[in-house]
Design a protein around this ligand. Structure first.
Ligand code: PMV
Length: 327
Protein backbone atom coordinates (compact mmCIF):
# COMPACT_ATOMS: atom_id res chain seq x y z
CA UNK A 1 0.00 0.00 0.00
CA UNK A 2 1.23 3.56 -0.71
CA UNK A 3 2.96 5.11 2.31
CA UNK A 4 4.66 8.35 3.34
CA UNK A 5 7.24 8.20 6.07
CA UNK A 6 9.57 10.48 8.04
CA UNK A 7 11.80 10.12 11.12
CA UNK A 8 12.72 12.94 13.51
CA UNK A 9 14.84 13.36 16.63
CA UNK A 10 14.20 15.92 19.38
CA UNK A 11 15.91 16.68 22.68
CA UNK A 12 14.35 17.16 26.10
CA UNK A 13 14.64 20.60 27.71
CA UNK A 14 14.95 21.98 31.23
CA UNK A 15 13.04 25.14 32.14
CA UNK A 16 14.89 27.86 34.04
CA UNK A 17 11.70 29.95 34.19
CA UNK A 18 8.83 27.49 34.49
CA UNK A 19 5.56 26.99 32.67
CA UNK A 20 2.80 25.95 35.08
CA UNK A 21 -0.89 26.52 34.34
CA UNK A 22 -2.71 27.38 31.12
CA UNK A 23 -4.91 30.28 30.02
CA UNK A 24 -6.53 27.81 27.63
CA UNK A 25 -6.20 24.10 28.50
CA UNK A 26 -7.15 22.78 25.07
CA UNK A 27 -4.84 25.06 23.08
CA UNK A 28 -2.18 24.87 25.81
CA UNK A 29 -1.78 28.63 25.90
CA UNK A 30 0.41 29.10 28.97
CA UNK A 31 -0.31 31.40 31.91
CA UNK A 32 3.21 32.86 31.53
CA UNK A 33 6.17 32.93 29.16
CA UNK A 34 9.05 30.56 30.01
CA UNK A 35 12.75 30.06 29.31
CA UNK A 36 14.73 26.83 28.92
CA UNK A 37 17.83 25.04 27.73
CA UNK A 38 17.54 22.27 25.16
CA UNK A 39 19.39 19.20 26.47
CA UNK A 40 21.81 17.35 24.24
CA UNK A 41 21.72 13.57 24.33
CA UNK A 42 18.33 13.17 26.05
CA UNK A 43 16.48 12.25 22.89
CA UNK A 44 13.25 10.94 21.51
CA UNK A 45 13.38 9.43 18.02
CA UNK A 46 10.04 9.04 16.27
CA UNK A 47 9.00 7.62 12.91
CA UNK A 48 5.59 8.44 11.45
CA UNK A 49 4.35 6.39 8.52
CA UNK A 50 1.02 7.33 6.93
CA UNK A 51 -0.49 4.53 4.79
CA UNK A 52 -3.43 4.68 2.43
CA UNK A 53 -4.96 1.36 3.42
CA UNK A 54 -4.37 1.46 7.19
CA UNK A 55 -7.57 1.09 9.26
CA UNK A 56 -6.45 2.75 12.52
CA UNK A 57 -3.51 4.63 14.03
CA UNK A 58 -0.99 2.39 15.72
CA UNK A 59 1.24 3.91 18.41
CA UNK A 60 4.33 2.07 19.65
CA UNK A 61 6.47 3.63 22.40
CA UNK A 62 9.61 1.88 23.59
CA UNK A 63 8.55 -1.26 21.74
CA UNK A 64 5.12 -1.39 23.44
CA UNK A 65 1.85 -0.91 21.55
CA UNK A 66 -0.05 1.83 23.38
CA UNK A 67 -3.74 1.84 24.29
CA UNK A 68 -5.95 4.24 26.26
CA UNK A 69 -4.90 7.80 27.06
CA UNK A 70 -1.29 7.55 25.89
CA UNK A 71 -2.49 6.46 22.42
CA UNK A 72 -5.38 8.97 22.35
CA UNK A 73 -3.03 11.87 22.96
CA UNK A 74 -0.87 10.88 19.97
CA UNK A 75 -3.94 10.24 17.79
CA UNK A 76 -5.31 13.70 18.65
CA UNK A 77 -1.99 15.22 17.53
CA UNK A 78 -2.05 13.21 14.31
CA UNK A 79 -5.63 14.46 13.73
CA UNK A 80 -4.38 18.06 13.99
CA UNK A 81 -1.61 17.32 11.47
CA UNK A 82 -3.99 15.48 9.11
CA UNK A 83 -6.54 18.33 9.25
CA UNK A 84 -3.82 20.85 8.31
CA UNK A 85 -2.45 18.70 5.50
CA UNK A 86 -5.89 17.72 4.20
CA UNK A 87 -5.16 13.99 4.40
CA UNK A 88 -7.10 11.11 5.97
CA UNK A 89 -4.52 8.29 5.95
CA UNK A 90 -3.96 6.57 9.29
CA UNK A 91 -0.44 6.22 10.66
CA UNK A 92 1.95 3.91 12.41
CA UNK A 93 4.00 5.85 14.97
CA UNK A 94 7.06 4.28 16.49
CA UNK A 95 8.92 6.19 19.18
CA UNK A 96 11.75 5.54 21.61
CA UNK A 97 13.48 7.55 24.34
CA UNK A 98 17.03 7.08 25.56
CA UNK A 99 16.15 8.29 29.10
CA UNK A 100 13.53 7.36 31.74
CA UNK A 101 10.02 8.63 31.02
CA UNK A 102 7.52 10.17 33.43
CA UNK A 103 9.90 11.24 36.20
CA UNK A 104 10.33 14.96 35.67
CA UNK A 105 12.69 14.80 32.71
CA UNK A 106 10.17 16.29 30.29
CA UNK A 107 9.77 13.21 28.10
CA UNK A 108 6.55 14.65 26.68
CA UNK A 109 8.52 17.67 25.44
CA UNK A 110 10.94 15.71 23.27
CA UNK A 111 8.16 13.25 22.33
CA UNK A 112 5.72 15.83 20.94
CA UNK A 113 8.52 17.84 19.34
CA UNK A 114 9.74 14.74 17.47
CA UNK A 115 6.17 13.69 16.61
CA UNK A 116 5.43 17.16 15.23
CA UNK A 117 8.55 17.31 13.04
CA UNK A 118 8.17 13.73 11.73
CA UNK A 119 4.38 13.95 11.38
CA UNK A 120 4.41 17.28 9.54
CA UNK A 121 7.11 16.06 7.11
CA UNK A 122 5.37 12.73 6.47
CA UNK A 123 2.09 14.57 5.84
CA UNK A 124 3.81 16.85 3.29
CA UNK A 125 3.51 20.03 5.38
CA UNK A 126 6.35 22.50 4.96
CA UNK A 127 6.35 24.38 8.28
CA UNK A 128 8.65 27.10 9.62
CA UNK A 129 10.32 26.68 13.03
CA UNK A 130 7.75 28.95 14.78
CA UNK A 131 4.92 26.99 13.13
CA UNK A 132 6.44 23.67 14.25
CA UNK A 133 6.88 25.04 17.76
CA UNK A 134 3.24 26.17 17.95
CA UNK A 135 2.16 22.77 16.60
CA UNK A 136 4.27 20.89 19.17
CA UNK A 137 2.74 23.09 21.91
CA UNK A 138 -0.70 21.58 21.19
CA UNK A 139 0.64 18.13 22.16
CA UNK A 140 2.52 19.21 25.30
CA UNK A 141 3.21 22.82 26.24
CA UNK A 142 6.89 22.38 26.98
CA UNK A 143 7.32 20.60 23.60
CA UNK A 144 7.15 24.07 22.02
CA UNK A 145 10.58 24.65 23.61
CA UNK A 146 12.11 21.40 22.30
CA UNK A 147 11.82 22.55 18.66
CA UNK A 148 14.58 25.24 18.76
CA UNK A 149 18.12 24.53 19.99
CA UNK A 150 20.33 26.13 22.63
CA UNK A 151 18.71 28.61 25.01
CA UNK A 152 15.05 29.06 24.26
CA UNK A 153 12.22 31.43 25.12
CA UNK A 154 8.54 30.53 24.71
CA UNK A 155 6.30 33.58 24.59
CA UNK A 156 2.85 33.16 26.06
CA UNK A 157 1.33 34.73 22.91
CA UNK A 158 -2.03 36.41 22.48
CA UNK A 159 -5.47 34.87 23.08
CA UNK A 160 -6.77 36.04 19.70
CA UNK A 161 -3.86 34.52 17.81
CA UNK A 162 -2.81 31.15 19.30
CA UNK A 163 -0.14 30.81 16.59
CA UNK A 164 1.80 33.59 18.38
CA UNK A 165 2.48 31.22 21.30
CA UNK A 166 5.73 29.63 20.10
CA UNK A 167 9.37 29.32 21.16
CA UNK A 168 12.59 30.48 19.53
CA UNK A 169 16.29 30.34 20.31
CA UNK A 170 17.74 33.38 22.13
CA UNK A 171 21.31 32.00 22.10
CA UNK A 172 22.98 29.02 20.41
CA UNK A 173 24.17 25.96 22.42
CA UNK A 174 27.78 27.20 22.46
CA UNK A 175 26.76 30.51 24.09
CA UNK A 176 27.40 29.21 27.63
CA UNK A 177 29.03 26.06 29.03
CA UNK A 178 26.16 25.19 31.38
CA UNK A 179 25.69 21.54 32.34
CA UNK A 180 22.55 19.89 33.70
CA UNK A 181 23.64 17.15 36.11
CA UNK A 182 20.37 15.32 36.76
CA UNK A 183 20.05 13.36 40.00
CA UNK A 184 17.53 10.65 39.07
CA UNK A 185 16.16 9.66 42.46
CA UNK A 186 13.06 7.90 41.14
CA UNK A 187 12.12 6.43 37.77
CA UNK A 188 8.52 5.76 38.77
CA UNK A 189 5.68 7.33 36.79
CA UNK A 190 4.31 10.26 38.73
CA UNK A 191 0.76 10.00 40.14
CA UNK A 192 -0.42 13.27 38.62
CA UNK A 193 1.17 14.13 35.29
CA UNK A 194 1.74 17.69 34.17
CA UNK A 195 -1.46 17.90 32.08
CA UNK A 196 -3.52 17.23 35.23
CA UNK A 197 -1.22 19.49 37.25
CA UNK A 198 -1.64 22.50 34.94
CA UNK A 199 -5.40 22.24 35.39
CA UNK A 200 -4.98 22.53 39.19
CA UNK A 201 -2.60 25.52 39.14
CA UNK A 202 -5.43 28.07 39.33
CA UNK A 203 -6.75 26.51 42.55
CA UNK A 204 -3.65 27.72 44.42
CA UNK A 205 -3.94 31.26 45.83
CA UNK A 206 -0.22 31.60 45.02
CA UNK A 207 -0.60 31.07 41.26
CA UNK A 208 -1.79 34.65 40.61
CA UNK A 209 1.26 36.02 42.44
CA UNK A 210 3.58 33.64 40.56
CA UNK A 211 2.15 34.61 37.17
CA UNK A 212 2.09 38.36 37.98
CA UNK A 213 5.82 38.33 38.70
CA UNK A 214 6.94 35.82 36.04
CA UNK A 215 7.77 38.39 33.34
CA UNK A 216 10.15 40.21 35.67
CA UNK A 217 11.93 36.94 36.59
CA UNK A 218 12.14 35.95 32.94
CA UNK A 219 13.77 39.26 32.05
CA UNK A 220 16.29 38.90 34.90
CA UNK A 221 17.03 35.32 33.85
CA UNK A 222 17.44 36.28 30.17
CA UNK A 223 19.83 39.12 31.04
CA UNK A 224 21.92 36.98 33.38
CA UNK A 225 22.04 34.22 30.77
CA UNK A 226 23.02 36.53 27.91
CA UNK A 227 25.77 38.14 30.05
CA UNK A 228 26.81 34.75 31.53
CA UNK A 229 26.35 36.02 35.09
CA UNK A 230 26.08 32.72 36.99
CA UNK A 231 25.30 34.03 40.53
CA UNK A 232 22.50 36.28 39.23
CA UNK A 233 21.25 33.56 36.90
CA UNK A 234 21.05 30.73 39.43
CA UNK A 235 19.38 32.91 42.07
CA UNK A 236 16.38 33.57 39.83
CA UNK A 237 16.32 29.98 38.52
CA UNK A 238 16.03 28.57 42.07
CA UNK A 239 13.46 31.22 43.10
CA UNK A 240 11.30 30.40 40.09
CA UNK A 241 11.43 26.65 40.74
CA UNK A 242 10.55 27.22 44.43
CA UNK A 243 7.57 29.36 43.45
CA UNK A 244 6.23 26.72 41.05
CA UNK A 245 6.51 24.03 43.73
CA UNK A 246 4.80 26.35 46.25
CA UNK A 247 1.90 26.58 43.79
CA UNK A 248 1.86 22.80 43.35
CA UNK A 249 1.88 22.16 47.12
CA UNK A 250 -0.93 24.65 47.74
CA UNK A 251 -3.31 23.61 44.96
CA UNK A 252 -6.49 21.59 45.64
CA UNK A 253 -5.71 18.74 45.86
CA UNK A 254 -2.08 19.52 46.70
CA UNK A 255 0.69 18.03 44.59
CA UNK A 256 3.83 16.91 46.40
CA UNK A 257 6.37 15.91 43.77
CA UNK A 258 9.38 15.92 46.11
CA UNK A 259 10.74 12.96 48.02
CA UNK A 260 12.90 13.42 51.16
CA UNK A 261 16.04 12.98 49.04
CA UNK A 262 14.89 15.89 46.83
CA UNK A 263 15.10 18.32 49.77
CA UNK A 264 18.38 16.80 50.95
CA UNK A 265 19.89 17.53 47.52
CA UNK A 266 18.47 21.08 47.49
CA UNK A 267 20.11 21.83 50.85
CA UNK A 268 23.43 20.29 49.83
CA UNK A 269 23.52 22.18 46.54
CA UNK A 270 22.96 25.47 48.33
CA UNK A 271 25.72 24.65 50.82
CA UNK A 272 28.11 23.67 48.02
CA UNK A 273 27.43 27.01 46.34
CA UNK A 274 28.11 28.94 49.54
CA UNK A 275 31.44 27.08 49.64
CA UNK A 276 32.32 28.29 46.14
CA UNK A 277 31.05 25.63 43.71
CA UNK A 278 29.10 27.21 40.83
CA UNK A 279 25.93 25.09 41.03
CA UNK A 280 22.22 25.51 41.67
CA UNK A 281 19.04 23.46 41.32
CA UNK A 282 15.74 23.39 39.49
CA UNK A 283 13.00 20.76 39.72
CA UNK A 284 10.15 19.89 37.35
CA UNK A 285 6.98 17.88 38.01
CA UNK A 286 8.81 15.01 39.69
CA UNK A 287 11.32 14.28 42.45
CA UNK A 288 14.50 14.42 40.34
CA UNK A 289 16.84 17.35 40.86
CA UNK A 290 18.45 19.14 37.93
CA UNK A 291 21.76 20.48 39.26
CA UNK A 292 22.68 23.30 36.92
CA UNK A 293 26.36 24.17 36.93
CA UNK A 294 29.28 25.41 34.89
CA UNK A 295 31.24 22.84 32.92
CA UNK A 296 34.28 23.10 35.23
CA UNK A 297 32.14 22.07 38.22
CA UNK A 298 30.19 19.21 36.58
CA UNK A 299 32.48 16.32 37.56
CA UNK A 300 32.68 17.53 41.17
CA UNK A 301 28.87 17.95 41.40
CA UNK A 302 28.41 14.42 40.05
CA UNK A 303 30.98 13.02 42.51
CA UNK A 304 29.34 14.70 45.51
CA UNK A 305 25.86 13.52 44.46
CA UNK A 306 27.16 9.94 44.32
CA UNK A 307 29.39 9.98 47.40
CA UNK A 308 27.63 12.35 49.81
CA UNK A 309 24.02 11.70 48.84
CA UNK A 310 24.20 8.16 47.48
CA UNK A 311 22.48 9.06 44.19
CA UNK A 312 22.94 6.03 41.93
CA UNK A 313 21.60 7.28 38.60
CA UNK A 314 22.91 10.53 37.19
CA UNK A 315 22.34 11.91 33.69
CA UNK A 316 24.59 14.65 32.35
CA UNK A 317 23.35 16.95 29.58
CA UNK A 318 24.80 20.01 27.89
CA UNK A 319 23.08 22.60 25.69
CA UNK A 320 21.66 20.75 22.67
CA UNK A 321 20.56 21.43 19.11
CA UNK A 322 17.11 21.80 17.55
CA UNK A 323 14.64 19.06 16.63
CA UNK A 324 15.54 17.67 13.23
CA UNK A 325 14.58 15.25 10.51
CA UNK A 326 16.74 12.15 10.24
CA UNK A 327 18.01 10.61 7.06
O1 PMV B 1 4.68 20.33 28.86
P1 PMV B 1 4.15 19.77 30.12
O2 PMV B 1 2.65 19.79 30.15
O3 PMV B 1 4.71 18.43 30.44
O4 PMV B 1 4.56 20.77 31.33
C1 PMV B 1 5.87 20.88 31.82
C2 PMV B 1 5.86 21.58 33.13
C3 PMV B 1 7.18 21.65 33.86
O5 PMV B 1 8.11 20.72 33.36
C4 PMV B 1 6.94 21.34 35.33
C5 PMV B 1 7.76 23.06 33.78
C6 PMV B 1 8.36 23.45 32.46
O6 PMV B 1 8.29 24.65 32.13
O7 PMV B 1 8.93 22.60 31.75
Amino acid sequence: MPTRLATAVANANIAFIKYWGNRDEKLRLPANSSLSMTLSGLETETTVEFSEGRAADEVIIGGQAQTGQARERVVAHLDTIRARAGIVWRARVESSNNFPVGAGIASSASAFAALSVAGAAAAGLDLTEPELSALARLGSGSAARSIPGGFVEWQAGSDDAPETSFAWSIAPPEHWDLVDVIAVVSQKHKAVGSTGGHALAGTSPLQAARVATAAERLQRCREALLTRDFPRFIEVVEADSNLMHAVMMTSTPPLFYWEPITLAIIKSVRRWRSEGLEVGYTIDAGPNVHCVCRSVSAAEVERRLRENLDVKTILVARPGGPARLRG
